[in-house]
Design a protein around this ligand. Structure first.
Ligand SMILES: *Cc1c(COP(=O)(O)O)cnc(C)c1O
Length: 412
């Protein structure tokens, strides 16, 4: 059935967010996640736009193209997700990469030889591995510091300092770093220093670093944004036009771009990010509270707990506390092993941010590449356990944890 042209025009006008009565409103997170960059497809009206798998696009000889030439340089399915993530972070430009580390390595490739980077001491293990073992051989000199004390950056800043890279809350110790204080201190020294925040753990739903003085936001889309543990992808967002132009050039020149099918899956995940983040936070709060009251638990790290050393900073820059918890179990490796062996719902594995609950021992898994002395300094010992709380029912998760803690308690 076809519709007449008049009707079609009205219909299209209603459907375009930027061109309707809704343009005046600042729309809520879920509305943007579902609608931004996702107009029904213009030819057929398909509510979910098709996946543009084509690697190349027909052009007109000596005239030009319709916005796309070759899928490494640009692809409509990728564009839609880039737009949506940028909008949700409050940024102008979004760029997607084939992994979170693909974003990181492409980002650092824009700097000249000898550029210095200050990075927080418990950044994601792969970020530190890239900076210390790869970028240090190319163009970048990394300097590691505890950025929960923002003044620690001051003695490290030189005329070659180009970037301060931080993650907050950090992983796996969940320390909170004050983004606006770091940004102010750095820019007082040199306004050209770029502040980059890896916002993977909070997601744009709970924290928008650009609003607190960051210049670039980095994401492992692999985690919460995709949220279903079936896509590896990374993103960068910025409102800085000069950096955006460089990122666009390097995204194409370096070539670590995601496939259209992965972009489709991650975009589908993004549309329920708000629901998933609310649920995993609700579950995480209950689990954190239950853990602090357990006789088998020595200490719990969760920024939502009033006892967390940077709870006040978390309240200032985050609108929630997320789904990551870490804790130290009492006893030794035998006790943590008994605990882990007796869990049924928490899958023992790396990664985080999926619908399912995951649990791991960072010292021997995700953070094994961090030098032992550094790990010990951060408290990442053998009995230090990290949980990525999923969106199952809280009562079932608590039952599973309490059962396994009892099993650990029975180890003599
Ligand atoms: C997983 C992760 C990364 C790296 O992302 P990949 O998609 O695995 O390459 C970077 N930062 C944080 C905080 C992460 O959890």
């Amino acid at each position: 059935m076809s519709i007449d042209n008049n009707h079609k025009e009205n219909h299209d006008a209603e459907r375009t967010l930027s061109n309707s009565h809704l343009a005046e409103r600042s729309l809520g997170f879920g509305t943007i996640a579902i609608h931004h960059g996702q107009e029904p497809e213009s030819v057929t009206g398909a509510v979910i736009p098709p996946i543009f798998l084509s690697t190349t696009f027909a052009q007109i000889p000596y005239v030009g193209h319709k916005g796309y030439e070759y899928s490494r340089s640009g692809n409509p399915t990728r564009d839609a997700l880039e737009k949506a993530i940028a909008k949700l972070e409050g940024g102008k430009h979004g760029f997607l990469f084939s992994s979170g580390l693909g974003s990181t390595s492409t980002f650092f490739s824009i700097f000249p030889q000898g550029s210095e980077v200050i990075v927080c001491d418990d950044a994601y293990g792969g970020t530190l591995r890239y900076l210390n073992n790869v970028a240090s051989k190319l163009n970048v000199v990394p300097k590691v510091a505890d950025l929960t004390v923002p003044e620690n950056i001051i003695p490290l800043i030189t005329p070659d300092t180009k970037v301060i890279w931080l993650e907050t809350p950090t992983n796996p110790t969940l320390k909170v770093i004050d983004i606006s204080v770091i940004s102010r201190l750095a820019k007082q020294n040199n306004p050209d220093i770029l502040i980059v925040v890896d916002n993977t753990i909070m997601t744009p739903f709970f924290q928008n670093p650009l609003k607190h003085g960051a210049d670039v936001v980095a994401h492992s889309v692999t985690k919460y944004i995709n949220g279903h543990s079936d896509v590896v992808m990374g993103a960068l967002v910025t409102s800085n036009e000069e950096i955006a132009a460089k990122l666009r050039y390097y995204q194409n020149a370096v070539g670590s771009v995601p496939s259209p099918f992965d972009c489709f899956l991650a975009h589908r995940g993004l549309k329920t990010l708000h629901l998933r983040m609310k649920k995993c936070e609700e579950n995480a709060m209950k689990i954190a509270e239950s853990l602090i009251n357990s006789a088998m638990v020595k200490s719990v790290n969760y920024p939502g707990l009033e006892s967390h050393p940077q709870h006040a900073i978390a309240l200032k820059q985050q609108s929630g506390f997320g789904g990551m918890i870490s804790f130290v179990i009492k006893g030794d490796k035998r006790h943590s092993q008994a605990f882990l062996n007796n869990l049924k719902l928490f899958c023992y594995g790396e990664s985080l941010g999926g619908i399912e609950s995951l649990i791991e021992v960072p010292a021997i898994m995700t953070h094994a590449s961090v030098p032992e002395a550094q790990r010990e300094k951060l408290g990442i010992i053998d009995t230090f356990i990290r949980i990525s709380v999923g969106i199952e029912e809280a009562e079932d998760l608590l039952y599973d944890i309490n059962f396994a803690l009892k099993a650990a308690q029975n180890v003599k």
